[in-house]
Design a protein around this ligand. Structure first.
Ligand code: SF4
Length: 196
C-alpha cells in the first residue's frame, strides 16, 4: 500500500523505547497551534513509498527493537501504516504510534483501517499538542493532556517507570554539512542548541 512519507530515519534512540526506525508521515489535518513540524501538514509533498518496500528496508537494519509512527498524523494513513506494522511485527519488532487524536475519538470512528492500526500498535501516545499545557517532563510527550495507552503487554512494564525516562535529542552531522536534530525538547533548549 502506498505511504506518503515526510522523513524516514533508519535508527534512532529517542523516538520511543530502545533502538527504533522512525517513520514520520506527511499530512496532518489536526493542525495544532504551536506544532513543531508544520511542514508535515500538507497532504502533498514528501515521498511516496510502498509499505512492503519500506518494511523490507526496516527489516534489513540490524539491532532494531521496533518502529515508531509519527507525523504528521499517522491515522490519516492508517491503512498503509497498519500494513507496515503488521509486516514488521511478524518479525518480532514492536510498534509505537503517536497521534493527535484521543483514543476515544479513534475508537468512535468505527473504521476498519483505524482499528487495524490500533491492532498492530503496542504503545499509543494520544492527544493533540496543546500549547497552553506544554510539558516536556514525560518521555516523548509535548503537552500534559497527551496520554499513553498500553494496547498490548509489550511495554506494560514501562507504565510505572515513565517518569524516570528523560526526553532526549539526537544531533546528526551529515557529510554535506547539514545538521539534523530529532527528539523532543523545550523550544528554549532547542534554540540554545541551534545557536551552539
Ligand atoms: S497532531 Fe502532531 S503533527 Fe499534527 S498539528 Fe498536532 S502536533 Fe503537529
Amino acid at each position: 500500500m502506498e505511504l506518503r512519507l515526510f522523513h524516514y530515519l533508519p535508527r534512532t534512540a529517542v523516538e520511543g523505547p530502545g533502538m527504533r526506525a522512525s517513520i514520520q508521515v506527511q499530512g496532518c489535518p489536526i493542525r495544532c497551534a504551536g506544532c513543531a513540524v508544520p511542514q508535515t501538514w500538507p497532504e502533498t509533498g514528501g515521498e511516496c513509498i510502498d509499505s512492503a518496500v519500506l518494511a523490507a528496508r526496516i527489516l534489513e537494519t540490524p539491532g532494531l527493537e521496533g518502529v515508531t509512527f509519527l507525523g504528521g498524523e499517522p491515522f490519516a494513513q492508517a491503512g498503509a501504516l497498519a500494513d507496515l506494522g503488521e509486516r514488521v511485527r511478524r518479525q518480532g519488532l514492536s510498534v509505537m504510534t503517536f497521534t493527535g487524536y484521543t483514543l476515544g475519538a479513534l475508537r468512535a470512528r468505527q473504521d476498519e483501517e483505524t482499528e487495524a492500526l490500533l491492532g498492530v500498535t503496542d504503545l499509543l501516545l494520544a492527544g493533540p499538542f496543546l500549547r497552553e499545557a506544554r510539558d516536556f517532563s514525560h518521555p516523548w510527550v509535548g503537552s500534559a493532556n497527551q496520554r499513553f495507552h498500553f494496547l498490548t503487554p509489550r511495554y506494560a512494564h514501562l507504565a510505572e517507570r515513565l517518569t524516570a525516562i528523560p526526553n532526549r535529542l539526537e544531533v546528526r552531522l551529515r557529510p554535506d554539512g547539514r545538521v539534523e536534530i530529532n527528539g523532543l525538547a523545550a523550544p528554549e533548549a532547542m534554540r540554545h542548541l541551534i545557536r551552539a
